[in-house]
Design a protein around this ligand. Structure first.
Ligand code: PLP
Length: 217
């Protein structure tokens, strides 16, 4: 599906939910996609991209950014503390703040550099043992801790369990964001971004529907 089709679907879902035009940002998830597909989406005008690995992003985005103005990069995958420096140098937004140790590392870097990427706290809404993220019951306290460290926390992010009704998780995340005074909601992927928009998503992370299937080797 082309960029204009995805944008049309986002716009229709936004209007259908009675929300303001332009209140949902498309994060084009380019991880693993071949450079020619990424370039085509850049040529079509998209400027906000999501990558899930620092190394992979470092390997190709500097070159794209030299050729295309105004690119914004979101980190949407797990961040190891020892890659935090490289991550803050490259990403405008880190969507996967998921533990106190990482918050401390990011705060130290923010202080040293005098600037910080915006951060989303990743919430493990399904409390899945294998999945990253703060548990729902710990989220309020963690958000307070991140704020106390001075990090610019702008919202919450979740990846619902594959075998559950996603809208329950979207509703839970929206409720938690609201009670913490956070306006950003990163939720919804290729299969369910319209549903996420109905529940208040401000950022939808769309990969395969936009670029085609990822060919893992
Ligand atoms: C890969 C990925 C996506 C995109 O998934 P699609 O189903 O291809 O749209 C979104 N969010 C995260 C965190 C991802 O890792």
């Amino acid at each position: 599906m082309g960029l204009s089709d995805i944008i049309a679907r986002i716009d229709a879902a936004t209007a259908g939910a009675g929300r303001a035009p332009g209140s949902v940002q498309l994060v084009a998830v380019s991880k693993v996609q071949p450079p020619d597909r990424v370039e085509a989406v850049l040529q079509a005008g998209q400027r906000v991209f999501g990558e899930n690995r620092v190394q992979e992003a470092a390997g190709r985005w500097p070159e794209f950014q030299a050729r295309f103005d105004g690119v914004t990069l979101h980190l949407i995958g797990p961040l190891q503390t020892n890659k935090a420096r490289q991550a803050v140098e490259m990403f405008d937004v880190i969507q996967t703040l998921d533990r106190p140790k990482l918050a401390t590392a990011l705060a130290r870097l923010a202080e040293e550099r005098g600037t910080s990427p915006d951060v989303f706290v990743q919430v493990n809404t399904g409390a899945e043992p294998q999945k990253a993220g703060i548990l729902p019951k710990d989220t309020d306290a963690f958000v307070a801790e991140v704020r106390a460290l001075g990090l610019p926390v702008v919202g919450l992010m979740c990846i619902p369990p594959v075998d559950e009704e996603a809208s329950l998780h979207f509703a839970l995340l929206a409720k938690m964001a609201e009670r913490n005074g956070l306006t950003g909601l990163s939720m919804g992927m290729s299969a369910d971004f319209e549903q996420a928009i109905a529940f208040g998503a401000t950022h939808v992370r769309v990969g395969s529907a936009l670029f085609g299937d990822r060919a893992y080797t």
